[in-house]
Design a protein around this ligand. Structure first.
Ligand SMILES: [Zn+2]
Length: 286
């Protein structure tokens, strides 16, 4: 049995805490900087936008801010002059994307896909094993290119009653509902399993059959688990932050099939639910 430190979470896809950790690094390193050059080694990530358009829209503009919406990072850019349309760079890391801070003269590595050089002398290298991520430079009027997303669970104004009402309309398993980005933004496979464990709910329960009390408890568990993971810089696994550092959040149940439940010590069970591996305790999650 590997120790916690040695274990690699195979499905360690970036979720809200990992994207938020990356955002915090980018705010420090990119905000206020002008983009002086853009290189695209694999245009597949531009999702149909031409390389020339992507480059023309980004180069010469200043990064005004780095925001996060669900698992998307949004970089609003300065207007070049008062007549030009406002542009936002949008990035989704998907399965294996990572942004690393490099020096301006560092060449793109083996998995390097996009390089954004900043006037500070630093460069952002986007690396992506399979180039499944998304990069787009979109104008204000193209905002519909981004999918509709549910509320942000870490925002102070998250309406947990509205969340409970959404659950009440879903007849599928609660785990599957948590992965629906229109119900709550930013939760993926790791933190869905972790939140359900914390709320003592079986992932197989039909969302519509949760009591109001259980829905409320689940909303609190989502908020707690995400807050804890952001504070720890994301989860331990394949993910690394802007400085190449892995996260320190160690999942309690996610992908730990056969290990002792941290609450009742019974072995954890792994099943497939909606096509996704789901680990939980059949004894203390009901
Ligand atoms: Zn248990």
């Amino acid at each position: 049995m590997p120790t916690i430190e040695q274990k690699r979470w195979r499905e360690g896809v970036p979720e809200l805490p990992e994207v938020e950790t990356l955002r915090l690094g980018l705010v420090k390193e990119a905000v206020g900087r002008r983009i002086c050059a853009v290189t695209v080694a694999n245009p597949k990530v531009l999702k149909g936008q031409s390389e020339a358009e992507f480059r023309d829209r980004a180069v010469g503009r200043r990064v005004l801010d780095v925001k996060r919406r669900g698992k998307y990072l949004l970089f609003p850019l300065s207007a070049e002059n008062s007549s030009s349309s406002s542009i936002t760079l949008c990035l989704h890391l998907k399965m294996r994307g990572a942004v690393l801070l490099k020096r301006a003269d560092d060449a793109l590595g083996r998995y390097g896909v996009v390089r954004v050089a900043l006037e500070s002398g630093a460069a952002l290298h986007y690396e992506d094993l399979w180039a499944w991520g998304e990069w787009r430079a979109i104008a204000q009027e193209e905002a519909a290119l981004l999918p509709a997303l549910g509320e942000e669970p870490l925002e102070a104004g998250w309406d947990t009653d509205a969340f409970a009402r959404k659950l009440a309309k879903k007849r599928v398993a609660i785990k599957t509902v948590l992965l629906d980005q229109k119900v709550v933004a930013g939760v993926g496979n790791i933190y869905a399993d972790e939140a359900l464990f914390r709320a003592r709910l079986a992932p197989t329960r039909a969302a519509a059959l949760l009591t109001a009390e259980e829905s409320k408890c689940l909303a609190e568990a989502i908020r707690e688990v995400l807050t804890e993971a952001v504070a720890l810089g994301g989860s331990l696994g394949d993910y690394v932050d802007l400085y190449g550092q892995p996260g320190r959040y160690v999942p309690r149940v996610y992908d730990r099939e056969g290990e002792a439940c941290p609450r009742c010590a019974e072995p954890l069970t792994k099943i497939k639910l909606g096509g996704r591996g789901t680990t939980f305790c059949t004894t203390c999650q009901n």
